[in-house]
Design a protein around this ligand. Sequence first.
Ligand SMILES: N#Cc1ccccc1NC(=O)[C@H](C1CCCCC1)n1c(-c2ccc(Cl)cc2)nc2cc(F)c(F)cc21
Length: 233
Amino acid sequence: KEKVKITKEQQALMKVVVEAYNRHQIPQDVAKKLLQEQYSEEENFLLLTEMATSQVQVLVEFTKNIPGFLSLNHEDQIALLKGSAVEAMFLRSAQVFSRKMPNGHTEVLEERIRKSGISEEFMTPMFNFYKSIGELHMMQEEQALLTAIAILTPDRPYVKDQQAVERLQEPMLDVLRKLCVLQHPQEPQYFARLLGRLTELRTLNHYHAEMLTSWRMNDHKFTPLLCEIWDVE
Ligand SMILES: N#Cc1ccccc1NC(=O)[C@H](C1CCCCC1)n1c(-c2ccc(Cl)cc2)nc2cc(F)c(F)cc21
């Protein structure tokens, strides 16, 4: 059985991605707000649009730190951001949801989200995803690399030079695969399970526009940035 070893370059790549991931975090903690009090559906929608807007800004900053991203064709950079923004938001939300919390807090958080205004039909796929992410107990290196891998998906709509994106995604997949083997030696399928979450994430992509426009309230107002990134209004 060959000894898996992370090279110096791979260590450096991982360090850059993890530091960028931790540096570009959402300032206020939305889970804390939701645990503090029950908001109305209108207030929750406003909170969501604020969180999502700052999440997109954070995503742009994180992506600029992915080695090689800024040397991609500019239209392709936009196509990758637009194509991954919703997934990055749900990935971040899943990580917030599956964080270790004092007893009973996760149940309160789930209850508050169930009552936030999202229509019933989306609860199951969304919470199934959150729970499947939670079961993986991902380390922050894995979270950061998985987010970078999701952003560097070559077959997003309108990407022209897919090979150039593959050349950036492959080294990330390589170091994540080695990390999984080293961190989860008893679970040879762990890396495959991680990548399987990205497939589940894509299905949430289909729902997100409807999740927003079907929010139980009238007159859904979005920020200009969200109109750009989400297929709404
Ligand atoms: N957006 C965003 C975002 C960015 C960074 C961190 C968390 C985010 N998520 C959020 O703010 C929303 C809140 C916004 C207020 C109303 C209740 C949901 N959210 C979502 C959720 C995101 C989208 C869509 Cl359509 C439905 C749900 N799943 C969450 C899970 C959690 F555990 C959690 F705490 C918050 C969560």
